[in-house]
Design a binder for this molecule. Structure first.
Ligand SMILES: [Fe+2]
Ligand SMILES: [Fe+2]
Length: 492
C-alpha cells in the first residue's frame, strides 16, 4: 500500500515511492528505492521536504516495529571509520565513487555525495577545509578512482582538461565562445524567413544549417525534439545580433505561428532571447547607460512573467546553453531571485531591486580576461585571485550608474560572502550580509551547480538544493528552505 508520511517518520527499511514535490519527482521516480542508510533520510530532511510516499508492500511500514531501533542505527553510524584524504588525490570535474566528509563541530558531516560531479569550485571549497575524509572502507575505491583518472590528473597539473588537451584547443574554444551567440531553437518555426545565418555546434565544430535570407525548413535539424526541447546547440554569429533582435521583434508582433496555445511559449522564448542580447551587450559595453536602461526593461518584464506564472516560470524562463556565458548565468540568477523574492513575500519595488542587482552581480567579469572566465577546469591560485577581483570591478563600474538603487548593489558586492565569514572580498559574515547578498550567494551557487558545461556534468536540482542545505554555516538556512519550497512548486 502506498501511503503518505511525514519525513520525520522515515526510517531505514522503508521503500520510497515518491517525493511529494513535482520538481523533484523526476529524479526520484526514476530512483524509487529502499532506504538503506541514515544519510539518505538526512538528504531528504536537509532539503526541507515535509512529506513523502512510501510503499508498505515493498518495505517496512511507518509503525512497523520490525525496522532497526534508533539505538541500533546510532551504533551503526558511529561504527563508521573515516580516513583523511589529501585533496590533491581528487580531480576536478570527475564523478566521485565515494562520499566526501568534512569535520564540523567535531562531527563528520557529509559534504558531497558519491555519484555527484566534483565541480572545480567545489574542489576549491574542499581545499579550504581543515580536513577532508572518506569512509575508511572506501580506501580501495579511492585507489581505483585515482588510477582511472591518472590521465586527467596529469592534464589538470598543466591547467588542462580532457577534450581540451592543448593550449591551442583552449584558444579555439575561446574564439568559438566569442564569435557565436547560443540561440533558442524554439523561435525558428518552419516557414519563417531569417536574415542571418544559423549554425549548429557539435563538439565545437560549427557548421551552417541555414544561410541568411533562407526559410526555416521542416526537417530533422529544426524540428527534432526530445521531451519537447531541442537537444541541438543552435548559434548565430555575434555580428548578427542586431539582425536577430529584429527577427525577435517580428515574432513578438505576431509573425510567428498563429496557434494561441503557443503564445506563452513564444512570449517567453522571445523574452529570453532578448534579455540574453541585452545582457551580452552590457557585458561587452559595461559602462553604456543605454544597456543599463534596457536591463531595466528586462527586469520589469521578468517580474511580470514570474508573477504571472508562479508555478512554471523557471521552466519557461531558464536559459539552457551547452557552454558557460556570464550573460546567461546572470539572467538565470536574476529570474530565480524574482521567484524567490516573491516566495519570501517581497514587494514589487524590492523585487525590481534584487532582480537588477542579480542581473548585474557578475558585471565585473567583463573586466577579467575571457581566457580566465572560460578556462576549462580549475583555476590556479593566481588566476583565482584575479577572478575574485570581479566583485570590486563590478562595483567600480556600477558606482557611476546613478539610477541604480544602492540596495541593488548588495547583490553585486556580497554575492561571494558567506555567513561564516569565509567568503570574499570583505570576509563579512552574519547580519552584515544584506538579505539581497544572501539570496544572490545561494542562487549563484545553485546556477553554477546545475549548469552543464562542455567539460563538466551538472547537478540535478534536488542534489544542488541538498548541497546548499548541507552548507548551513555558509548559506542562510531559512532562505535555502524557502528556495527549495519554491523549486518544489515548479512544474517540470
Ligand atoms: Fe561572481
Ligand atoms: Fe555569478
Amino acid at each position: 500500500m502506498v501511503k503518505k508520511i511525514p519525513v520525520k517518520s522515515l526510517s531505514v527499511g522503508m521503500f520510497l515511492e515518491k517525493i511529494d514535490q513535482s520538481w523533484f519527482s523526476t529524479p526520484f521516480l526514476r530512483n524509487q528505492f529502499t532506504i538503506s542508510y541514515d544519510h539518505q533520510i538526512k538528504k531528504i530532511k536537509d532539503s526541507g521536504i515535509q512529506e513523502v510516499y512510501i510503499d508498505t508492500d515493498k518495505g517496512i511500514d511507518a509503525d512497523d516495529s520490525s525496522g532497526p531501533k534508533p539505538e541500533e542505527k546510532i551504533e551503526e553510524s558511529a561504527a563508521i571509520e573515516y580516513m583523511a584524504v589529501s585533496t590533491g588525490r581528487l580531480v576536478a570535474n570527475t564523478t566521485l565513487p565515494f562520499n566526501i566528509f568534512v569535520k564540523r563541530e567535531g562531527a563528520y558531516s557529509m559534504y558531497l555525495q558519491k555519484g555527484l560531479p566534483l565541480h572545480d569550485f567545489v574542489l576549491r571549497e574542499l581545499e579550504s577545509q581543515t580536513g577532508v575524509y572518506i569512509p575508511a572502507s572506501d580506501r580501495e575505491l579511492l585507489e581505483k578512482y585515482e588510477k582511472s583518472f591518472e590521465k586527467e590528473k596529469a592534464l589538470s597539473a598543466q591547467g588542462l582538461v580532457p577534450g581540451f588537451e592543448s593550449p591551442e584547443k583552449v584558444a579555439r574554444y575561446n574564439q568559438f565562445l566569442n564569435n557565436y551567440i547560443p540561440v533558442e531553437s524554439s523561435v525558428f518555426f518552419p516557414g519563417i524567413k531569417v536574415s542571418f545565418s544559423i549554425y549548429l555546434e557539435m563538439e565545437m565544430e560549427v557548421r551552417p544549417v541555414l544561410g541568411a535570407g533562407g526559410i526555416v525548413p521542416e526537417n530533422e535539424i529544426f524540428c527534432a525534439r526530445e521531451n519537447g526541447r531541442s537537444r541541438k546547440n543552435f548559434l548565430i554569429h555575434s555580428g548578427d545580433a542586431d539582425a536577430y533582435k529584429n527577427f525577435l521583434k517580428g515574432l513578438a508582433s505576431g509573425k510567428g505561428p498563429g496557434n494561441p496555445d503557443q503564445a506563452v511559449k513564444i512570449r517567453s522564448a522571445v523574452f529570453k532571447e532578448n534579455s540574453k542580447l541585452v545582457m551580452k551587450e552590457l557585458m561587452d559595453n559595461p559602462r553604456s547607460g543605454k544597456a543599463v536602461k534596457e536591463a531595466k526593461g528586462v527586469v520589469s518584464e521578468m517580474i511580470d512573467n514570474v508573477l504571472e506564472n508562479p508555478s512554471s516560470f523557471y521552466g519557461l524562463m531558464k536559459i539552457n546553453t551547452h557552454d558557460y556565458y556570464t550573460y546567461v548565468h546572470s539572467i538565470n540568477v536574476s529570474t530565480l531571485s524574482v521567484g524567490l523574492g516573491a516566495a519570501l513575500g517581497m514587494k514589487k519595488t524590492d523585487l525590481s531591486c534584487i532582480a537588477m542587482g542579480a542581473l548585474m552581480h557578475d558585471l565585473g567579469k567583463s573586466q577579467v580576461p575571457k581566457s580566465l572566465i572560460n578556462k576549462p577546469g580549475k583555476l590556479t591560485d593566481e588566476e583565482f585571485a584575479h577572478m575574485k577581483k570581479h566583485v570590486n570591478l563590478g562595483l567600480e563600474i556600477l558606482r557611476a550608474q546613478e539610477d541604480l538603487s544602492p540596495r541593488a548593489m548588495f547583490a553585486v558586492t556580497q554575492h561571494h560572502e558567506k555567513l561564516n565569514g569565509t567568503g570574499y572580498p570583505n570576509r563579512i559574515g552574519g547580519d552584515k550580509i544584506h538579505l539581497f547578498g544572501r539570496i544572490c550567494s545561494i542562487l549563484d551557487v545553485y546556477d553554477a551547480l546545475t549548469t552543464e558545461r562542455a567539460y563538466k556534468k551538472a547537478f540535478k536540482p534536488f542534489d544542488a538544493a541538498a548541497f546548499l542545505a548541507k552548507n548551513a554555516e555558509e548559506f542562510d538556512k531559512n532562505i535555502v528552505k524557502n528556495f527549495v519550497f519554491m523549486l518544489g512548486k515548479q512544474a517540470h
